[in-house]
Design a protein around this ligand. Structure first.
Ligand code: ZN
Length: 263
């Protein structure tokens, strides 16, 4: 199960040391996986599913509701560890010129935003049925509190962006289940990030969680752009953690209390 450390690409020592602290404290770290931008069944998506299945790791597919195919829904229904969330509605950029990309900037008419978020929620249910978890994953991980405040009335139970910083200050009108470690180096190679830095980042997020900073640590993937380094990091991550006594890879539905189903 555990391969020789020498064959690993990343320096896993910080993660091992941090997980030993969890073990000493008799606590279990929650990890979860979010994969963005699915619209169709592709060889890369199948590869990710196989990788997760091989290690028993549940994963959340952030699918673009407007473009997601029936075929994707049918295929996902047969992946016991997969769940789906709404990744925006069309994943189109509506930001003002010069502003950072965003699908639902506050400058858009409220009625339009409400309509599209409602369509996304409805399509998530219609396409994925019980596999659809009522989570909005805003494209580019950006959404303002004014817009996010609309979500509960539209049937969403949670919001997922990137990083420790929540969209809302407490009390929040909706749960936030964020990813923390984006394995892609978007500003550099646009493939897998530096494995040592990713592992060190994971150790830091786990330590923050151990101190009560966050209930779970989320890993973010983008199957469509995975290169050898990205796949290798995921393989190593699963080899390090999937059978670790102080780790529980969790379903997003379980983490937001939306009812977990048996694997
Ligand atoms: Zn996206």
């Amino acid at each position: 199960m555990i391969r020789a450390a020498a064959s690993r690409q990343a320096g896993w020592a910080p993660v091992r040391e941090e997980l030993a602290r969890w073990q000493d404290a008799q606590c279990v770290a929650r990890l979860w996986l979010r994969d963005d931008d699915a619209v169709a069944v592709t060889p890369l998506l199948i590869r990710l599913s196989s990788l997760c299945a091989g290690s028993g790791v549940p994963w959340l597919v952030a699918a673009v509701p407007c473009h997601a195919s029936e075929e994707l829904a049918g295929w996902l229904a047969e992946q016991p560890l997969a769940e789906a969330a709404a990744h925006g509605w069309t994943h189109r950029n509506h930001a003002m010129p010069g502003a950072r990309k965003q699908e639902f900037p506050v400058e858009r008419p409220g009625t339009e935003i409400r309509h599209e978020l409602g369509l996304a929620r409805a399509r998530l249910g219609a396409l994925f049925g019980a596999k659809g978890v009522p989570i909005l994953v805003p494209p580019w991980n950006r959404i303002g509190p004014e817009v996010a405040a609309l979500l509960p009335d539209l049937g969403y139970r949670a919001l997922s962006t990137l990083g420790r910083k929540p969209v809302f200050q407490a009390p929040a009108p909706i749960r936030e289940l964020n990813a923390h470690i984006d394995i892609i180096d978007w500003r550099g190679s646009r493939g897998g990030g530096d494995p040592d830095e990713l592992a060190a980042g994971l150790a830091r997020e786990l330590a923050w969680a151990r101190g009560g900073g966050q209930p779970a640590v989320g890993i973010l993937t983008h199957h469509l752009v995975h290169d050898t380094a990205a796949w290798r990091f995921l393989e190593e991550l699963f080899a390090e953690t999937a059978s670790h006594g102080a780790v529980r890879w969790s379903r997003a539905s379980e983490l937001i209390g939306a009812g977990s189903r048996s694997a």
